[in-house]
Design a protein around this ligand. Structure first.
Ligand SMILES: *[C@@H]1O[C@H](CO)[C@@H](O)[C@H](O)[C@H]1NC(C)=O
Length: 231
């Protein structure tokens, strides 16, 4: 993991260039024999900001659940990354079997909801390599394992381990609760200093978050982990 100061710099850069996500080089096209990744980023979405762009609803869109829409940070993905700023994507993997994760489906629907409609697979020309066609297209966590999970070898060797570890990390590092406890409660009117939010996370987790903003609101917060999930 890069020294924490560089993450602080990134967070500030992200703020000065609002609506644009932090600069990321193009993903490394890699299928078989891809280079092993260096670290993981857990990307969390703040639905209150993300869902403001919602234009259409569908059954899989978590933004459209009315009073049951998510009010905590939700999982965007667990991404294997390289230290040089690139990342592998759409690697080859064992064939995907939704039945293998049936015991996790409820938790995944709740904590890793899709926040848009019908986003098809982005791997292999939009067709997906092992896409289970009976699965609802656009379900966030399926997209995530196809695009990123397959590249997390050798840490995760199957889909169940990937999803379970992501849920466990998400429970362990509860960003919503840390911010609430530090007095940063969601508000459409109150403005909070970015430095205070970053400090609250640093004090709780001893690591600096990368924050992506949209206009003046937090849209995403990322935490980096070594491969053994120490921050
Ligand atoms: C995180 O903390 C919030 C606020 O305390 C709580 O509502 C939520 O259930 C927690 N999330 C998880 C995944 O434990």
């Amino acid at each position: 993991m890069p020294p924490s100061t560089s993450w602080l710099v990134l967070a500030i850069l992200a703020l000065t260039a609002p609506a644009t996500p932090p600069a990321h080089a193009a993903p490394v096209a890699s299928f078989d024999g891809q280079r092993e990744f260096d670290y993981f980023a857990l990307a969390l979405t703040w639905p209150g900001t993300y869902c403001q762009r919602t234009r259409s609803c569908c059954p899989s869109n978590g933004c459209c659940r009315g009073p049951n829409s998510p009010t905590t940070f939700t999982i965007h993905g667990l991404w294997p990354d390289y230290n040089d700023g690139t990342w592998p994507s759409c690697c080859s993997g064992a064939s995907f079997n939704p039945k293998e994760i049936s015991s996790l489906t409820n938790a995944l629907e709740q904590y890793w909801p899709s926040l848009s409609c019908g986003k098809p697979s982005t791997c292999h020309g939009g067709k997906g390599s092992f896409w289970a066609h009976e699965v609802v297209v656009g379900v966030n966590y399926y997209i995530s394992i196809e695009k990123h999970g397959t590249c997390s070898y050798p840490v995760f060797r199957n889909e169940y381990d990937y999803f379970l570890a992501t849920l466990n990390i998400y429970f362990k590092y509860n960003v919503t609760s840390v911010l609430n406890d530090a007095g940063y409660v969601p508000s459409n009117t109150e403005k909070y200093p970015l430095g205070g939010i970053i400090s609250a996370i640093e004090n709780a987790f001893h690591a600096s978050p990368l924050i992506v903003c949209s206009k003046d609101s937090i849209e995403e917060l990322r935490l980096c982990f070594y491969k053994d999930f120490q921050v």
